[in-house]
Ligand binder design. Sequence first.
Ligand SMILES: *[C@@H]1O[C@H](CO)[C@@H](O)[C@H](O)[C@H]1NC(C)=O
Ligand SMILES: *[C@@H]1O[C@H](CO)[C@@H](O)[C@H](O)[C@H]1NC(C)=O
Ligand SMILES: *[C@@H]1O[C@H](CO)[C@@H](O)[C@H](O)[C@H]1NC(C)=O
Ligand SMILES: *[C@@H]1O[C@H](CO)[C@@H](O)[C@H](O)[C@H]1NC(C)=O
Ligand SMILES: *[C@@H]1O[C@H](CO)[C@@H](O)[C@H](O)[C@H]1NC(C)=O
Ligand SMILES: *[C@@H]1O[C@H](CO)[C@@H](O)[C@H](O)[C@H]1NC(C)=O
Ligand SMILES: *[C@@H]1O[C@H](CO)[C@@H](O)[C@H](O)[C@H]1NC(C)=O
Ligand SMILES: *[C@@H]1O[C@H](CO)[C@@H](O)[C@H](O)[C@H]1NC(C)=O
Ligand SMILES: *[C@@H]1O[C@H](CO)[C@@H](O)[C@H](O)[C@H]1NC(C)=O
Ligand SMILES: *[C@@H]1O[C@H](CO)[C@@H](O)[C@H](O)[C@H]1NC(C)=O
Ligand SMILES: *[C@@H]1O[C@H](CO)[C@@H](O)[C@H](O)[C@H]1NC(C)=O
Ligand SMILES: *[C@@H]1O[C@H](CO)[C@@H](O)[C@H](O)[C@H]1NC(C)=O
Length: 826
Amino acid sequence: MKITLLVSFLLCYSYCIYITHASPINCLEDQQSLLLQFKNNLTFDPKYSTTLKLWNNSTACCYWRGVRCDNEGHVIALYLIEEELISGGFNNSSSLFSLQHLQELYLSYTNFNSSIPSGFSKLEKLKELDLSNCHFYGTLSNSMSNLTHLTYLDLSQNDLSGAIPNSMSNLTRLTYLDLSHNDLSGAIPSSLFTLPSLEMISLEDNQFSKLDEFFNVSSSILKILDLSTNYLSGPFPISIFQLKSLSHLDLSFNKFNGSLHLDKFFELKNLNFLDISYNKLFLKGNPINVEPSLFRAIILRLASCNLKTFPSFLMNQSTLVFLDLSNNQIQGVLPNWIWKLQSLKKLNISHNLLTELEGPLTNLTYILIVDLHNNKLKGPIPVFLKYATYLDYSMNKFSSTIPQDIGNYVSFTNFISLSNNNFNGSIPSSLCQASRLQLLDLSFNNISGSIPSCLMTMTETLKVLNLRRNSLQGPIPDKFSASCSLQTLNLHGNLLHGPVPMSLAHCSKLEVLDIGTNQFVGQFPCFLQNISTLKVLVLRHNKFHGTLGCSKAKNPWKMIQIVDIAFNNFSGKLPKNYFRTLKKMKDDNDNVEPDIIRSAIYNVYYQDSVTLVSKGQQMELVKILKIFIAIDFSSNHFEGQIPEDLMDLKALYVLNLSNNAFSNEIPSTIGNLKQLESLDLSNNSLVGEIPMQLASLSFLSYLNLSFNHLVGKIPTGTQLQSFQASSFEGNYGLYGSPLTEIPKLPYDPHPQPACGRLACSIDWSFLSVELGFVFGLGIIIGPVMLWKQWRVRYCKLVDKILCWMFSRMYLEYATDRGQTYTVLRW
Ligand SMILES: *[C@@H]1O[C@H](CO)[C@@H](O)[C@H](O)[C@H]1NC(C)=O
Ligand SMILES: *[C@@H]1O[C@H](CO)[C@@H](O)[C@H](O)[C@H]1NC(C)=O
Ligand SMILES: *[C@@H]1O[C@H](CO)[C@@H](O)[C@H](O)[C@H]1NC(C)=O
Ligand SMILES: *[C@@H]1O[C@H](CO)[C@@H](O)[C@H](O)[C@H]1NC(C)=O
Ligand SMILES: *[C@@H]1O[C@H](CO)[C@@H](O)[C@H](O)[C@H]1NC(C)=O
Ligand SMILES: *[C@@H]1O[C@H](CO)[C@@H](O)[C@H](O)[C@H]1NC(C)=O
Ligand SMILES: *[C@@H]1O[C@H](CO)[C@@H](O)[C@H](O)[C@H]1NC(C)=O
Ligand SMILES: *[C@@H]1O[C@H](CO)[C@@H](O)[C@H](O)[C@H]1NC(C)=O
Ligand SMILES: *[C@@H]1O[C@H](CO)[C@@H](O)[C@H](O)[C@H]1NC(C)=O
Ligand SMILES: *[C@@H]1O[C@H](CO)[C@@H](O)[C@H](O)[C@H]1NC(C)=O
Ligand SMILES: *[C@@H]1O[C@H](CO)[C@@H](O)[C@H](O)[C@H]1NC(C)=O
Ligand SMILES: *[C@@H]1O[C@H](CO)[C@@H](O)[C@H](O)[C@H]1NC(C)=O
């Protein structure tokens, strides 16, 4: 609708200009000066102006751009569109309202930012008025009711509020009324529907709460009615079935309730667009005596209508192009005929209770978009749609292998999701024939075997590759395309091993890299530091080792928001100024907005998900929020001081450095991390007192400082007292609420580690590899004196084992030349 109007307007616009130039008319002097006054009172930037800046005395106003006159030289039409930087200087006394001959006024896409002047009511000859997107606010009052010649009124996309005045029913010539995207409220007056010439009403996206029933509208010629996205409630308004000319009806996203028979709609013989999705209706399907010729839907959206069965009349809807039956409770078999609807291009049956696909699936039509996700469909994969571009079969119970010849069916496909099913077997390399594929999601299945290397070569087109949580083995093929356009690579939770392939460096647009919970080895992949678009890096639970020291990055991570390298064997001190270039993490003024990758087509969003540990809980971040900013370096062997530059990352939400060997004091600059909600520094060798500044972190809701060597009194009168004692335990020099109020005497400068809780969770496999123990006989082989050699980072883990195994032995910390060692005594 908007588009056709715009096109016709643009046609008119150039045509009108042409007319004015073709037959020169001298502009009346008063008209010219009124226009110039109007111009002079407006503030605008000539740089962006396309129309106003050209108005001047050097030519008569009828020649001006955007102005049209009648034969006597009166201005009868004014077109000021997309002069977005206009502001101010527009009120009741504006000279514009003295242009009494105006018949058409288009001011759309400007920024007046004022209450809507009632002066428009003086322009009694107006036939067309378009004030859409002008940033007008205030109420409509009765100001428009004088404009009885109006045929076209567009006030959409302003901030108008209040009710629609009854006097609107004075506008008996109105054919087009668009008040959408405002804050209008109250009841929709029934008198609107009696306007004899009205063909289109859009009240979309307002706050209307009531639709009065209306009567005697049999002569109505209303064709388009859009009341979607309001708060209309009560039973379905049956008056609507009197509007016999309706062809487009959108009542979606309201609160209509009660039950409704679908066959009522067959009374509207011209209806071809119907959307009643997302109300609280109980729609009864299966009308029996339908004459197929009477109802010819093209777009039918019945999402979330509590449908229990497929409406069988659909069988004969040969004109149907879009069908949306998602979010219903349709059970049982997905009938075969649905695939044979002649015109169907888009089918959405997601979020139902379907269990079976009816066969045989042959001679099918050219459906392009198929969304069956979140049902209970089982059996083999239904690849059969040769021309489909979008296939979402995720969250079902499909099993079997992915057919080896899948490549024959996907040459036009750019979106395939089979995630959350029971697919097994390997990834067929014929899949690589899908030369237009942009997104491949096979996550959460039982797929085994290795990753076909041609999948990596496909990254020239592929933007999202998600193989998360399968049983894939072997290395990542080192075959990423030289013009790699990958944005998301998620291989989390497989059995992959080997190093991170160097060719991944070609993927300079990479935003999400999650290869956590695999068996990757090697040093920190430094080349990743040159991928400046990176937002999420998860190397968690692998076997990476060595320091984080890389040579200086060419394009440092400006966008990075999650770095999770926990549970590896990284060691050493954190490089100086390591965190300095992480711009995004420093910026705490970012807008709150879900960060979703828009798959190029069809309005479908694909959300990256990542699992993180925050506040001591594993959590799945389904949408990676722009604001979610986290660093997890826990369970490695990092040592030395907690770097000061880390404390500049003002936007951090989660900081986890636990289970390392960080020593020295907690930097007092930790008070900079104002957004911090979760802080875990437990199981390190931090000394000194808890800095007062920690108490100023007002969002902090999870804190763990346990098992360090912190001393002194916990800062009082702060929220630190609201945490449990376990947040502070194992620091023998620490006292004060919520721990005991008095220091333990005698004060012990070399406290023993607390082994109070013997059930310290121990990752045995990790330790056995790490320390070379033989646990088989329950005996430690190796001279106890060796322990002195272990640096603290190992001792931390050793402590727990020893405590667990030999409760009679005890450990003592000794400090020698700045290094802390653990000594085993018995
Ligand atoms: C006056 O308007 C004409 C076009 O109507 C334009 O070419 C000219 O630059 C304008 N002069 C000034 C000073 O803006
Ligand atoms: C335009 O011309 C009219 C007289 O023709 C004069 O009164 C007015 O001041 C002029 N405006 C400007 C902006 O020069
Ligand atoms: C209209 O705005 C102008 C300045 O832009 C101001 O001088 C004038 O007083 C205003 N008139 C009314 C009625 O608000
Ligand atoms: C315009 O005038 C009407 C009365 O005619 C008044 O109610 C309204 O507040 C005025 N608007 C502005 C912006 O001055
Ligand atoms: C517009 O400007 C004229 C002077 O150029 C002034 O007299 C008038 O009040 C102004 N009107 C508005 C609405 O700004
Ligand atoms: C509108 O004006 C108000 C002040 O009058 C200002 O705070 C606001 O930012 C303006 N809005 C726009 C979109 O220009
Ligand atoms: C409507 O028009 C009448 C004359 O036709 C006039 O007296 C009245 O002031 C106008 N109303 C408004 C709100 O401008
Ligand atoms: C507009 O309608 C109101 C009542 O709704 C009435 O009082 C007024 O006279 C009407 N104005 C015109 C110009 O028809
Ligand atoms: C509808 O029209 C009939 C006569 O045409 C009249 O008797 C009846 O009162 C009208 N109903 C309403 C609600 O206006
Ligand atoms: C519809 O909702 C209203 C409240 O908005 C409630 O009073 C009424 O009982 C509901 N009707 C049905 C059939 O659920
Ligand atoms: C739909 O068409 C088939 C033939 O294509 C016919 O047998 C059937 O009766 C029709 N169904 C309805 C409900 O009209
Ligand atoms: C499928 O189409 C072929 C020809 O295109 C035809 O021979 C065959 O009978 C059709 N099969 C069915 C089940 O309709």
